[in-house]
Design a protein around this ligand. Structure first.
Ligand code: GDP
Length: 303
């Protein structure tokens, strides 16, 4: 089954509980919605989205006069499917559809979420799909960040453009784009420093980077990807809120999903921000990146 092992923990915390609930009950009673609510909250879906699901269920149960438990079960599945149904084109198609090279992706996210690892994985993934990728080490804030991204670029077998620590990130981006243009690269991945605690600097840095990109390619960045750590649960939702406040996030990669019971947070993220989740990080190795598919995700829980 797709996602079965990666989502094992989330599955146990969410689906197994739902399944138990429905198997214990013989008819619809007044507290079934309370029980569902409790399970959704404990699965890290978030208060706002949980309330929305419960309200919708309540309305539909009354309006459509549902009588049996299986109907409620199907309704719940439908509601969750609707919430995470966001129109999304897969990254490879977006890259191919662009007639002008390169396709520029800015990667943002706070430290520790798995940003560096994910850039390595994404470079490897795209390279395997036949694209020529180059990485720009524009997180110049920490020396270790440059070393780490270099290790991952080597692992993925793609070139890296870097400067020294504390160099101007926009200057690294400039070099990277020049190199991408002259070597006819298809995709540019730009690592950025995720200093949310210093919002003004981060905002200035990102807008300066965007200006350089626009100057060289005549277009703004094609994608701004936010990396989030699924194990942080509700905190991940908070990070989306903060980042979207000053930058237009176009897609999300949710990492460390395989080790956590908090995978339900992705339902809350997609519902509240309507930003598609593009990939899931499912381990520490370079191939541990999986394309996210909402339908398959829901089916994995409600078979
Ligand atoms: P950064 O500070 O955001 O650049 O984070 P790193 O890429 O250095 O990763 C931080 C830690 O998370 C490392 O120990 C990685 O191996 C680990 N990590 C990254 N992605 C995943 C994932 O999908 N699953 C698991 N289990 N660990 C991950």
């Amino acid at each position: 089954k797709i996602f079965n092992s990666e989502l094992k923990k989330t599955r146990e915390s969410f689906f197994e509980k739902i399944k138990n609930l429905f198997s214990k009950k013989s008819k619809i009673d007044i507290d079934i919605l309370d029980h569902i609510e409790e399970i959704l909250l404990s699965a890290d879906i978030g208060t706002q989205t949980t309330i929305k699901i419960i309200n919708n269920l309540e309305k539909r149960i009354q309006k459509e006069k549902y009588k049996n438990l299986q109907d409620i079960y199907n309704l719940l599945k439908e509601e969750i499917e609707n919430l995470i149904e966001i129109e999304n084109v897969c990254l490879e198609t977006k890259i191919k559809n662009k007639n002008k090279k390169p396709y520029v992706i800015l990667i943002v996210g706070v430290n520790g979420v798995g940003k560096t690892t994910t850039i390595g994985k994404l470079a490897f993934f795209l390279k395997k799909k036949g694209f020529h990728v180059i990485i720009g080490a524009a997180d110049t804030f920490r020396a270790a960040a440059i070393d780490q991204i270099e290790i991952w670029a080597n692992r993925a077998g793609v070139p890296l453009i870097k400067q020294h620590m504390n160099a101007d990130p926009a200057s690294v981006v400039y070099d990277t784009l020049q190199s991408a243009k002259s070597k006819k690269k298809d995709v540019v991945l730009i690592d950025t420093a995720g200093r949310l605690q210093n919002r003004i600097n981060l905002m200035e840095e990102l807008s300066k980077i965007s200006r350089v990109i626009k100057k060289i390619t005549s277009e703004p960045p094609h994608d701004i990807m936010l990396i989030l750590d699924a194990t942080t649960g509700q905190n991940a939702l908070e990070q989306v809120r903060k980042f979207t406040y000053f930058v237009q996030i176009s897609s999300i990669i949710l990492t460390k999903i395989e080790g956590t019971a908090k995978g339900g947070v992705l339902i809350g993220i997609m519902d509240q921000f309507k930003i598609p989740i593009q990939y899931l990080g499912i381990g520490e190795k370079i191939q541990d990146l999986k394309v996210f598919d909402g339908k398959k995700f829901v089916n994995c829980f409600f078979e």
